[in-house]
Design a protein around this ligand. Structure first.
Ligand SMILES: Cc1cc2nc3c(=O)[nH]c(=O)nc-3n(C[C@H](O)[C@H](O)[C@H](O)COP(=O)(O)O)c2cc1C
Length: 192
């Protein structure tokens, strides 16, 4: 089983990174392969509504990292989408990524079917639930199973590292990891 994690933050190795890594470490310890991509330093272009992806199964725009990230998503069993909260929602890069991914999946039904997904966000104060919802809507709209936890999938902090003080959020991330591991193992047994 393989899990791909994508960090939509413009800040490399910041709060979202800390949360994602906490989950990935637990997955790795259980023998699950992990891959991690940070969007920081990259610009993900928005969908240009050409619908050419209906013929190719991937976006036809070639001038950013989207195509390779989407190929990795297709070959993963689990997907973690992490984003800081920007303007009470997900980051612009994550929004652009989801726009393009959504249209590809609409035009090529079943690409993400039966994969598992979890969305986690880092916020200073407001808009976190909105951002979690935006990510979950993407999963739900493409036949995926959403993995939850004991409380909302969010952590509070402003400067890089601040989320380490949000103990409740960190324990919540541990629980997300446990639930992902449980579900991935069930799916693996089913597919054998
Ligand atoms: C452009 C921008 C917009 C932001 N908008 C919000 C916001 O609407 N609500 C909020 O709580 N925090 C907001 N923040 C703060 C970040 O969500 C917060 O610092 C987060 O922990 C950053 O995570 P990162 O270190 O992974 O980038 C914003 C930060 C930036 C850079």
């Amino acid at each position: 089983m393989k899990v791909l994690a994508i960090n939509g933050s413009a800040r490399k190795n910041g709060n979202t990174h800390i949360l994602i890594n906490r989950i990935l470490e637990k997955l790795s310890a259980e023998g699950i392969k992990t891959q991690y991509i940070q969007f920081a330093g990259s610009f993900i272009k928005p969908c240009r509504a050409c619908f050419a992806c209906g013929k190719t199964g991937n976006c036809v725009q070639k001038d950013d990292i989207f195509q390779s990230v989407f190929e990795n998503m297709k070959s993963s069993d689990g997907i973690i989408l992490g984003s800081p909260v920007y303007s009470a929602n997900i980051s612009a890069n994550m929004q652009a990524f989801l726009e393009r991914s959504s249209v590809i999946c609409d035009m090529n039904t079943g690409l993400l079917k039966h994969k598992i997904g979890t969305g986690i966000v880092s916020a200073r104060r407001g808009g976190a639930l909105n951002a979690v919802d935006a990510i979950n809507h993407f999963f739900l709209n493409h036949e995926m199973f959403v993995v939850g936890s004991t409380y909302w999938n969010m952590a509070y902090g402003q400067m890089a590292g601040d989320v380490l003080k949000d103990t409740e959020a960190l324990l919540n991330m541990d629980n997300i990891a446990e639930n992902m591991i449980w579900l991935l193992k069930k799916i693996e047994q089913e597919e054998r």
